[in-house]
Design a protein around this ligand. Structure first.
Ligand code: XMP
Length: 320
């Protein structure tokens, strides 16, 4: 059933929403060309597919590989977009992203560095593709956070450094009135695979938020492997988010009979409705122990594994 009670007491009908949106998008876009930055997350993929359904090959999906995605993610996203018959451009920007993080250790400075690189990369593609519209998977929570001054990443044009009056680019945000559960409903209604519509939230700045201190390719490889282990082992918990964090500090351990001053990984598994508050999940000890053993056995540099038992608040879900 596409209909469901909205949080604010208004009924949401996914089918009707899709029909109305397709008409609106067609009217707005006309004969113009569009790009959509698609990370493979629920919001950006649903937005991309909706616009694709409305305008077909006038849309080009852009997957920016920043070197900070989870294991197998770039291949997965490109494959899904291909299966959905969406024209797609894969942009390998790994080196550029790691370059931009050089010497940056402050969390906010790192967030800004990521954002700037992301939008300049997207800006280049926009010019090459000679588009008039940029699609974004902005949802209601993002709009509310922007208004409250919590996040400001959604004014794409300013951040690309493009004055829309000169270049005439416009933003297409077909999901801006929807909440996350409704976005999932739209995804299901359009027939997106469950591996997309039911995906766990993953932050835009990706693993950079889970590498404390300077972000490097080596550190990304460590946290990527640890994340894969946590996700594999925690899959049956059905938690809101489960992931690994790599510390900037090191600790003493023993590997193959020798002292090793090595890496520390924290495992974080939380339950939440809306990410505004969250509870650390009470994991059976045997599972925690298995995760710890796998992480320290399978990642040569890791000597210590911790579990974060802090709720939000006072912690945030991510570490940065
Ligand atoms: P925090 O860490 O603030 O995270 O408790 C709340 C939720 O938002 C995700 N998150 C982000 N998502 N861009 C995103 O798209 C970001 O910059 C960002 N920072 C945090 C986080 O994974 C959690 O689901």
């Amino acid at each position: 059933m596409p209909t469901k009670e909205r949080g604010m007491g208004i009924m949401f009908n996914a089918k009707e929403f899709i029909e109305n949106s397709l008409g609106e998008i067609k009217n707005i876009v006309g004969d113009s060309r569009v790009i959509s930055a698609c990370s493979g997350g629920v919001d950006s993929t649903v937005a991309t597919y909706l616009v694709h359904k409305a305008v077909g090959d006038k849309l080009v999906a852009v997957f920016i590989d920043d070197g900070l995605r989870r294991e197998g993610e770039p291949e997965f996203v490109v494959r899904i977009l291909k299966e959905l018959k969406i024209k797609t451009r894969y942009v390998d920007a790994k080196e550029e992203f790691f370059q931009t993080f050089k010497g940056k250790t402050d969390a906010e400075e790192k967030r800004k560095a990521f954002r700037d690189k992301f939008y300049t990369t997207l800006g280049k593609v926009a010019k090459e593709e000679q588009i008039q519209f940029i699609t974004q998977g902005t949802i209601k929570a993002d709009v509310l956070e922007t208004v409250k001054g919590i996040k400001s990443q959604h004014n794409v044009l300013e951040q690309i450094g493009i004055n829309p009056q000169i270049y005439g680019y416009k933003i297409l945000e077909p999901l801006r009135e929807l909440f996350k559960p409704e976005v999932r409903m739209v995804g299901r209604e359009m027939g997106l695979p469950r591996e997309i519509s039911e995906r766990m939230p993953f932050p835009g700045p990706a693993l950079s938020l889970r590498i404390l201190g300077e972000v490097t390719a080596e550190k990304a490889a460590i946290v990527r492997k640890a994340t894969q282990i946590v996700e594999e082992e925690a899959i049956n918990l059905g938690a809101f988010q489960s992931f690994a964090v790599l510390h900037n500090d090191k600790a003493t351990g023993i590997k193959e009979g020798n002292r090793l001053y090595g890496n520390i990984i924290t495992v974080r598994i939380v339950n939440s409705q809306d990410a505004v508050t969250a509870l650390a999940v009470n994991i059976p000890y045997e599972l925690l122990s298995k995760i710890s053993k796998r992480i320290t056995n399978e990642i040569p540099t890791v000597v210590r594994c911790l579990y974060d038992i802090t709720d939000k608040p006072p912690s945030t879900i991510e570490f940065e």
